[in-house]
Write a protein that binds this ligand. Sequence first.
Ligand code: FAD
Ligand code: NAP
Length: 549
Amino acid sequence: MADDETRADSFDVVIIGAGFSGMYMLHKTRELGLSAVILEAAGDVGGTWYWNRYPGARCDIHSMDYSYSFDDDLQQEWEWSERYSPQPEILKYAAHVAERFDLRCDIRFGTRVGSANWDDNANQWVLETETGDAVRGTWCVLAVGCLSVPQRPSFDGLDDYKGDWYHTGLWPHEEVDFTGKDVAVIGTGSSAIQSIPQIAKQARHLTVFQRTPNFSVPAWNRPLTEEEVRPIKENYAAYRENARWSESGYNGEDAHESGHDVSDNRRRSELERRWAEGGFTMLSTFTDVGNDAAINKIVADFAHEKIREKVKDPKVADLLCPTSHPFGTKRLCVDIDYHDTYNRPNVSLVDINAAPIERLTAEGLKTTETDYHFDAIVFAIGFDAMTGPILNIDIRGVEGRSLRKEWEDGPHTYLGLGMAGYPNLFPVTGPQSPSVLTNMMSAIEQHIEWISDCLAYMTDKGLDRIEARTDAQQDWVRHNKEVGDTTLYPLANSWYVGTNIPGKPRVFLPYVGGFGEYRKICDDVAADDYRGFVVASHDRRGDDLWDSA
Ligand code: FAD
Ligand code: NAP
């Protein structure tokens, strides 16, 4: 019999992370009548939107899509102010949800989980926090995020640097004022592309250090009007249903035709029309942008043209044109005034392929050509994406097997929702699920609803152990690779394939078979009594194992 202290720290469900995934999971456990707790490293809810407070941070999915759909009152009452929501507004929304559903009382903030061990006899996960506390749960939900482990700058001399330095993904809570300062930004991914125009407005001089230029499409952000919002809210159920079964989890315009089947004039007008709409719609200009190199090149050339139209100095424009990867195969950026910013007299661009950064110095940084002095350096160098937040926790499954070891050559999951040898452990929007290729709010809701339906099923049947079968997992890993290889994605070096992190295996991480298609696969698996999983009751294990395969 457990003592009082152990009992107090034992739950049906332990959730790691209080971003949008963890918050919704907690809400669902209450509907199921299960006891639950969230362990969260941060000081409050919001996840991504708690940590990424850099200037210019905002959503790249339309506000009316990037929000929970599970509660109609919630979606009716909340008012988004802009087409693409800024970070403070999204964080406010997260806080509103936490209050509305009284979530904070079951969240332990400032609590980072360091390890998770499966206790086979107790049929529980035992989570240890970095302060040495242990929490037990029959079910464990890894709501740890995909982009929650910032890549630590590993430049020589970092400790010598006497100025201020920041990582976009760990931005301070107090205001950072760059007024009158000489500032460097290292990196030109989405975080940099959003922050550079804002920092440039304050800094005395801004120097951007670019390794790989990125494709970026204007957001054409603006305030949302009543005329736009009303029809969506009047038909929100249908609007959300459309997103649920769509390719990418939001209400965007699909591709209508192959780039091969249209005249030059029609091709041009479609490109212009999509550019004028802005954002991710450029990815679906034609049905074959993502898998036909010739059509992709047409879109890439068009984007180059737009850069050259915008940027006055032709040498700078050349440097800003991405040529090392097909359009959209690194995460497409959605910007506000990014390319215009290079026309400012106080902004310069340094190509660190031509002159690599050698080291940081006390005053700034040194490339192979020049010694720079900076008051502040902003590292916009990204994250150990998708696998990083999971492997940051030392996860030990049945008989002590180590997930870190088993994923040395890349992730192995079944549907991205379970792992053989790790019972009752559910990743959320992790590798081998559509995740970062979608509107993440849709992906989160789909995963959390699948997991909570699974818990309801198990509880109804008096079962308490579910584990992916090895053969189902192998098939899913193979299928992921096959689908990925039909696209142009694997051609780019990017965090989608792990090449941004030294030593990480090169594996295309998200599932690219389409969000609606994936939902159907997951629904079918559940309807077929969790085909590909072994479901059981741990009391009866051995003599009465009920195998759903
Ligand atoms: P997160 O929000 O990452 O939350 C995970 C939480 O888990 C964090 O609070 C973290 O502190 C906690 N955690 C992790 N590990 C541990 C541990 N070991 N112990 C305790 N706590 C832990 N997606 C879109 O669809 N559209 C966008 O426009 C968009 N913009 C983005 C902008 C930025 C700057 C970034 C970084 C990501 C963006 N994303 C976007 C992806 C974004 O991560 C998701 O949309 C969504 O917020 C993820 O929610 P989550 O709850 O799954 O994870
Ligand atoms: P990122 O896309 O990985 O970009 C990191 C940048 O830093 C790249 O330009 C990279 O160059 C550069 N870099 C990395 N290490 C470097 C080094 N050692 N020296 C020099 N340059 C280095 O990271 P991110 O910009 O933080 O974005 C990550 C993801 O978060 C996005 O893709 C997106 O999914 C999400 N996000 C979304 C938004 C939004 O618009 N809503 C905003 C921010 C982030 P290489 O390309 O050469 O590796």
